[in-house]
Design a binder for this molecule. Structure first.
Ligand code: MIC
Ligand code: SF4
Length: 750
């Protein structure tokens, strides 16, 4: 029997009875999100919970981790002193492979350069009974969709795009490693009961429009923070007509709106995907209880009454979109791109088109891209831009190969990269002549923050569907609209690219390509970390709070503008230190902008009166002045789940972070690591913070849920300003703060 299968069987068996108990208590028709949440309560009393207010303990069915976050998660798990993971879990080696010279060579190189880390992860998997997916097996979310996700289930993953599994009807939420440790140590997992946004999809997609355009449009509507604290639930005839992997694309990129996760109800597309991926037994069980795996009918007849927000989108009318540059929520319909690009002065020559990432690297995605490429070849159109392709999994790669897609990609000059994250996370040896040139790339990934793909702050990265990326890479222009414009083909004749065609996967193509995790065989149960390693370092627990208010701590940095986790703890070349807290802390905040001089990684060290690098000043303040405080603006820490962005400030002595608003995962990560998270009540108080300020935070001896704390600014001219600040801690989280970290509490209990 497959690991975890018995839990799934029991889940479907118990579902009708569990839901009838929930119905009795809740007293109103249930949305799908509520059905999944209420059937996954952890010892919590079955009672109605207030959306957006109540903190609730949940019991997820499984955990997934990727190599860049799993290292810290496992190091923390080791501190917790447990024998094995309490729930089924998997680790996927996808982030550390550098895309440089093509799939084969790059994989070989990764196996050598990352050997120590892979060995560490493989032996921890063996020791703690966790599935290990070796490098090359695929990107975490595609592999989870193909192997583990099941309709109605709940999972957490140490990666912000975990919601991808919503395409198969799961509540799947991105978290930091410390949250994974809670679940692996059989504790409940805490989440504020989310609000729910209902999205009804009407009509049907056609032509050049794809599922990606649904989420590009929604990200434009909601912006990068509009989904915060919400689950996005899709339904309607348009939803039913989408493929399962198309649904996964939409759920995946819902993370870009800040949403907790996204979900679709169970339907035939999910049943077929389960069958195609060798899980017909799960499809049969889910089909038998299908009414319980979608919202109640009353919800569909009056959605505005039951959802906190309700959006309608007509897929028949929807146009392809291109989002970017520098933020995924700048959404431009294809037909407007000429005008908008000109107005903004965006460089329109596309240098490279890239297809891949966990968002868009399914068989269907490659099939549509290959169809565009094939048409271009037939018409004799010569591609103008570079073209790179990273399939989502080994299985996708093999079926695409059998279907002839890979040959087509190569024929138009495309380069195949490994089945991994690659350029999406800056693991891209771009080999361009000028690393600082102003240029444009277009990709099918989900994020496009400055410097993300290639480290160049002047690269304008745009996001679109795989078929649009392919068309624009062929045309070489961001402003090319395949629905209207022509390209020179054979003999200089102007021709149009025909609409992409989706080739369905043939069951026969699947023989011999079913994948299995490779770490189930006993490996090396001794988890060894060399004391001189540069990549891995045993963790030491953080000290408990000393019981005193914070008195006159220096301001470390007042950040202005966007501050994503990429600004706080950059990925790319820093990914190699993800298992070594001291080394990775050298990248703390190096991408964030100092509001006083507009520069990155240059802040005033009041002890030396010099402008120095952020990590250096932070360590100086930690060692000489008992720590420091960071101030920021809105949606602070948006983007990824990486808890390094929270562990680094903790390690460097940052005691508190005071901002206009936080992104969900980052705020929880900071709380879990024992850094005090505070929010301005009056947003204009941000303006009061001066460069040489000393900051006191009082009220901590009586730290209580719902009670404000007080900030006092001691300015250099001896004047003082005082204002209250709000926090979102509940009683349990206050215990984390007092103990020094959430992990310390688990350790004390053990
Ligand atoms: C990302 O897309 O930013 C990442 C890299 O997958 C991160 C996780 C990480 O930083 O390791 C995420 O999205 O959570
Ligand atoms: Fe990997 Fe990119 Fe997906 Fe993050 S968003 S998991 S880096 S492919």
């Amino acid at each position: 029997m497959r690991p975890g299968f018995d839990t799934i069987e029991k889940f479907y068996h118990d579902l009708p009875e569990k839901l009838s108990a929930v119905r009795k208590v809740i007293g109103h028709p249930l949305t799908l999100a509520e059905k999944v949440l209420y059937t996954h309560l952890f010892n919590s009393e079955l009672q109605p919970y207030y959306r957006g207010e109540d903190y609730v303990m949940f019991s997820p069915d499984r955990i997934a981790m990727q190599d860049a976050t799993a290292q810290m998660a496992m190091l923390q798990f080791m501190l917790a002193g447990q024998d094995k993971s309490a729930v089924p879990a998997s680790i996927h080696c996808d982030h550390l492979i550098i895309a440089s010279d093509g799939a084969g060579t790059d994989l070989e190189t990764a196996n050598v350069t990352n050997r120590e880390v892979y060995d560490f992860l493989r032996s921890s998997c063996s020791k703690y009974n966790i599935d290990f997916w070796k490098p090359g097996a695929g990107i975490i979310h595609q592999v989870v969709l193909e192997n583990y996700a099941f309709p109605g289930g709940m999972m957490i993953g140490t990666d912000s795009h975990t919601p991808n599994a919503g395409g198969l009807g799961m509540i799947a939420i991105g978290v930091g490693g410390a949250d994974a440790v809670d679940v692996m140590t059989a504790m409940g997992w805490e989440l504020k009961f989310p609000k729910i946004i209902g999205v009804r999809l009407h009509g049907k997609l056609s032509g050049w429009t794809s599922p990606k355009d649904v989420i590009l449009k929604i990200t434009g509507l909601l912006t990068v923070k509009g989904g915060t604290g919400h689950i996005i639930e899709y339904f309607g005839e348009g939803a039913a007509a989408l493929s399962c992997t198309g649904k996964a694309t939409i759920c995946n990129m819902g993370a870009e709106t800040g949403a907790t996760c996204s979900i679709f109800g169970y339907d035939d597309s999910m049943a077929s995907f389960l069958k195609l991926t060798g899980r017909g037994d799960i499809a049969d069980m889910a089909s038998a209880v299908s009414a319980h795996l979608r919202a109640d009918d009353e919800i569909f007849s009056d959605p505005s009454k039951y959802y906190d927000q309700f959006i309608e989108i007509d897929l028949t009318e929807l146009e392809p979109h291109i989002n970017g540059p520098f933020s995924p929520d700048i959404a431009t319909p294809l037909s407007k791109m000429k005008e908008v690009a000109e107005k903004n002065g965006w460089p329109v020559n596309v240098e490279v088109g890239l297809i891949g990432s966990c968002t868009n690297s399914s068989f269907e995605d490659l099939s549509k891209a290959a169809s565009v490429a094939k048409s271009a070849l037939k018409l004799g159109i010569k591609p103008k831009s570079g073209f790179k392709i990273s399939p989502g999994s080994d299985r996708v790669q093999k079926i695409a190969e059998k279907a002839g897609f890979i040959d087509v990609f190569k024929e138009i000059g495309g380069e195949m990269y490994a089945n991994a994250c690659g350029p999406c996370i800056g693991q891209w040896n771009r080999k361009s002549s000028d690393d600082n040139s102003v240029n444009t790339i277009i990709h099918s990934f989900n994020r496009n923050f400055a410097k993300r793909a290639d480290g160049n702050p002047n690269t304008h990265a745009f996001v679109a569907s795989p078929e649009i990326v392919t068309a624009l890479a062929i045309a070489g222009k961001l402003t090319f609209n395949p629905m209207e414009d022509t390209l020179p083909g054979d003999g200089g004749k102007n021709v149009m690219l025909p609409e992409p065609v989706n080739t369905e996967i043939q069951l026969s193509a699947l023989s011999g390509v079913l994948q299995e995790p490779s770490g189930n065989e006993k490996y090396n149960d001794d988890v060894i970390i060399s004391p001189v390693s540069e990549r891995l370092q045993m963790l030491e627990s953080f000290p408990a709070w000393d019981g005193n208010d914070f008195h006159k701590l220096p301001l470390l940095m007042k950040v202005s503008g966007k501050c994503t986790t990429d600004h706080i703890s950059m990925a790319g070349r820093w990914l190699k230190y993800r298992g070594h807290l001291r080394n990775i802390s050298e990248n703390y905040m190096i991408g964030a902008v100092n509001s006083f001089n507009g520069k990155t990684n240059s802040i005033l060290n009041t002890l030396t009166s010099e402008y120095e690098q952020v990590p250096k000043v932070a360590a100086h303040y930690r060692d000489s002045l008992k720590g420091s405080v960071v101030v920021g603006e809105d949606n602070f820490g948006e983007g990824s789940s990486r808890e390094h962005a929270a562990m680094e400030p903790r390690f460097l002595g940052v005691k508190a972070i005071l901002v206009k608003s936080f992104a969900r995962i980052h705020e929880t990560n900071l709380k879990k690591q024992g850094v005090l998270t505070l929010t301005f009540i009056n947003r204009d108080d941000y303006e009061k913070i001066r460069e040489r300020d000393l900051i006191s935070i009082t009220g901590l001896s009586d730290f209580k849920a719902g009670v404000n704390l007080i900030v006092t600014l001691h300015h250099i001219d001896n004047s003082i300003e005082v204002f209250p600040v709000i926090h979102s801690y509940n009683e349990l989280q206050i215990e984390w703060f007092k103990a020094g970290s959430a992990l310390n509490i688990i350790r004390y209990r053990k």
